[in-house]
Design a protein around this ligand. Structure first.
Ligand SMILES: Nc1nc2c(ncn2[C@@H]2O[C@H](COP(=O)(O)OP(=O)(O)OP(=O)(O)O)[C@@H](O)[C@H]2O)c(=O)[nH]1
Ligand SMILES: C[S@@+](CC[C@H](N)C(=O)[O-])C[C@H]1O[C@@H](n2cnc3c(N)ncnc32)[C@H](O)[C@@H]1O
Ligand code: SF4
Ligand code: SF4
Length: 637
């Protein structure tokens, strides 16, 4: 992308859309490449913006790129109102993991998104390409555990093709379990840095902290990196060690010793609270305490100058080859120089690690493919449409293809970045933050008050009609004498069941969504309050819906996503999309609970926004998935 595109002010873009973002040099006379292989690491440097494969690249010489850096103002889309320039993109490539670290994941793992919700490799590449052409110079692949993604190496190869366009670093954060098997091909693809998580140097303690075996495999990965570096690979290696008091704090000094002869940066991370990780202040070992402990044994410990965007504070023991870093998320925030954006594995852009607001980039991309996930074949077809568009064979207004997606992506990214706050909730407040996903409701709702177990007094809702053997219709919620009753489920076996319900609140004004995203409505944090309301409502369903059984719910989550309208005229309005998931181990399904959760969350959004938009509509309440019980899995088409 040329300088003029990079500096184009955001407001100007809103009104003069799309084609200017695809400079003709990217398209004219560009040879069409027909396979995804064409974008592998060995391909000629011909990538373009979102299509990534068909344009002549700028010369990749260091002199020229440094000159460009000096002369080009940074992209306005990636610059926030505090002038922070976001040139570092973290992409989560999977939700899965082969470990269960005590500070990160519950023992049973976390509920995974359906596969089709996750970004495909072409989608990750397309998004990366857009960001790189706007000025992102560093991409970190993370997760979950990124190495468990089957196509992680081909993905990295594709990202490697963005290097001539300004991408300087391709990094990986990994637990190292299977890295040694993929490392060589990753380095060949362009991997420049590995942050490897290792919290202990004791194999038994490893098993306690990760709830899995694998210490030897991690060592193998570290050894292989160091060996490749001795051969000149130049992989920047950092070891991430989360310090928990009473668990692994006795290993701080052995880790410092590791830097004596090994060229690594060992980074001690302050233990952060995440939902379900049983965080407590007592278990958090602070930066100050760690420094005191290390200084006691290494009095000459020296401060090393940090790069302005580093999350860690760097130190070195004189004479040691390696260095020490401290990630002080809990005690000293580093938000003032934040240069990070993140994309979740299901394609949402998050402008802050602790921020609540997310916007879906995946849906914008997929709209350009008629709403379907973009696989390699679809990606090739989209590129072809774009070629045809450039040659006038497809009308410019045609919604399919790459150009409309790219234009909308930049619009949405720019809006989200502009809404980024100065810092997250504030240090110290982190431990009290309410905006975490409330995944597990646990025993509290299943242990209902005995009064809640009684039959319900109301039966105004239309009962289901079932036919008896003699074909006479029978009302299932009414007994033979005509009195309302709850259908007996005593003969049913409990099974694990899940239901997902969805709906949306559509706004009549374009001003509301940004206010919610910036959390600046006078009534408070709309998304958090609505989420809690939905969860509470799910638990109260049998109190609201006549003849509904009280069910021992084991899990409720309510997700709310801000979706900007699809066009300038707001024809498809800005909306908050709501999705409620409820699970139980019970004898009857939980779709009523899911519907109640989704609708209550929607009503709460309505309540909190009615002062700024009286024309809101709650729409599309429906069950989208049911799983478990006799009928197995059902999903709305
Ligand atoms: N507050 C905050 N902490 C972060 C952020 N990104 C990473 N961290 C912290 O940094 C730790 C290590 O993360 P890594 O994935 O290794 O990434 P990193 O430290 O940002 O990576 P580099 O700076 O590129 O080495 C995480 O466990 C978090 O504690 C962020 O955006 N904000
Ligand atoms: C979530 S992991 C994902 C990448 C990869 N699976 C790994 O472990 O490196 C990214 C980083 O977050 C850190 N992390 C996870 N939970 C944390 C917590 N509660 N406090 C501080 N850091 C945490 C991990 O140690 C790891 O370095
Ligand atoms: S820290 Fe990484 S390896 Fe450990 S459970 Fe979390 S995602 Fe998995
Ligand atoms: S908490 Fe948010 S603003 Fe602060 S450094 Fe992390 S991502 Fe940036």
């Amino acid at each position: 992308m040329g300088a003029s595109q990079r500096t184009r002010p955001f407001r100007t873009f809103r009104h003069g859309i799309s084609s200017s973002l695809l400079p003709s040099r990217h398209w004219d006379a560009a040879p069409r490449q027909t396979s995804s292989r064409a974008v592998s690491s060995s391909a000629a440097p011909v990538t373009s913006n979102i299509d990534g494969s068909i344009a002549p690249a700028p010369e990749p010489t260091p002199i020229r790129s440094s000159r460009l850096k000096e002369t080009k103002p940074f992209s306005d889309f990636l610059t926030d109102t505090l002038h922070r320039q976001h040139d570092y993109l973290r992409i989560s490539v999977t939700e899965r993991c082969n470990l269960r670290c005590v500070y990160c994941m519950p023992e049973e793992g976390v509920p995974l998104s359906p596969n089709e919700h996750l970004l495909t490799t072409p989608e990750i590449f397309m998004l990366s390409s857009v960001f790189v052409h706007q000025g992102v110079t560093k991409i970190r692949l993370t997760g979950g555990e990124p190495t468990v993604r089957r196509d992680i190496v081909p993905l990295m190869q594709q990202l490697g093709t963005l290097r001539p366009h300004g991408l300087k670093e391709i990094c990986l954060t990994t637990n190292g379990i299977s890295l040694h098997r993929k490392l060589d091909s990753m380095v060949e693809a362009g991997l420049t840095g590995v942050n490897l998580s290792l919290d202990t140097l004791d194999p038994f303690q490893f098993q306690i902290m990760t709830r899995r075996k694998g210490f030897a495999a991690v060592q193998k990965s570290i050894d292989r990196i160091l060996e490749m570096n001795r051969l000149g690979a130049g992989i920047r290696l950092k070891i991430n060690c989360v310090v928990m008091r009473g668990v692994n704090d006795r290993e701080i000094l052995p880790f410092v010793e590791m830097t004596r002869e090994k060229d690594v940066e060992v980074r001690f991370i302050e233990y952060m609270p995440f939902d379900g990780n049983k965080w407590s202040k007592k278990k958090m070992y602070s930066y100050g305490e760690m420094l005191d402990l290390i200084r006691e044994h290494y009095p000459g410990l020296d401060k090393v100058r940090d790069h302005k965007n580093d999350t860690s504070k760097t130190w070195q023991v004189p004479g040691h080859v390696g260095r020490l870093g401290f990630i002080t998320s809990m005690t000293h925030n580093f938000c003032g120089t934040c240069n990070r954006l993140r994309i979740t594995s299901d394609g949402n852009l998050k402008v802050c690690l602790f921020g609540n607001a997310e916007v879906s980039l995946r849906d914008i991309l997929r709209r350009a493919n008629g709403g379907s996930p973009i696989d390699e074949q679809a990606y090739e077809a989209m590129k072809q449409i774009e070629m045809d568009r450039r040659q006038g064979l497809v009308p410019h207004e045609q919604a399919l293809g790459i150009a409309p997606a790219e234009a909308e992506l930049l619009h949405v990214i720019g809006m989200a970045v502009k809404r980024k706050k100065a810092k997250h909730a504030g240090m110290g407040e982190l431990e009290h933050m309410k905006n975490r996903p409330m995944i597990l409701i646990g025993g509290t709702c299943s242990a209902r008050h005995p009064q809640q177990q009684q039959q319900h007094r109301f039966f105004a809702a239309a009962p289901r009609v079932r036919k008896d053997d003699d074909e006479k219709p029978r009302l299932t919620h009414v007994n033979p004498s005509g009195a309302a009753h709850m259908v007996s489920i005593s003969s049913k076996q409990p099974t694990s069941r899940t239901a997902v319900a969805a709906c949306a609140v559509h706004f009549s004004k374009p001003t509301v969504l940004p206010l919610i995203g910036a959390n600046s409505l006078t009534k408070g944090d709309v998304l958090s309050v609505a989420r809690i309301a939905g969860i509470m409502a799910a638990k109260r369903t049998p109190d609201l819906i006549p003849l509904c059984h009280p069910i021992p719910i084991s899990h409720v989550s309510v997700d709310l996503e801000l979706r900007p309208g699809e066009d300038e005229d707001q024809e498809k309005k800005d909306r908050v999309e709501i999705r409620a998931t409820v699970s139980c181990d019970g004898k009857t399904g939980v779709e009523m609970e899911a519907l109640t959760a989704a609708s209550t969350a929607a009503l709460t959004v309505y309540d909190m926004c009615k002062a700024v938009d009286k024309g809101m509509r709650v729409e599309g309440l429906r069950v989208v998935l049911k799983e478990g019980g006799k009928s197995g899995r059902w999903e709305m088409e």
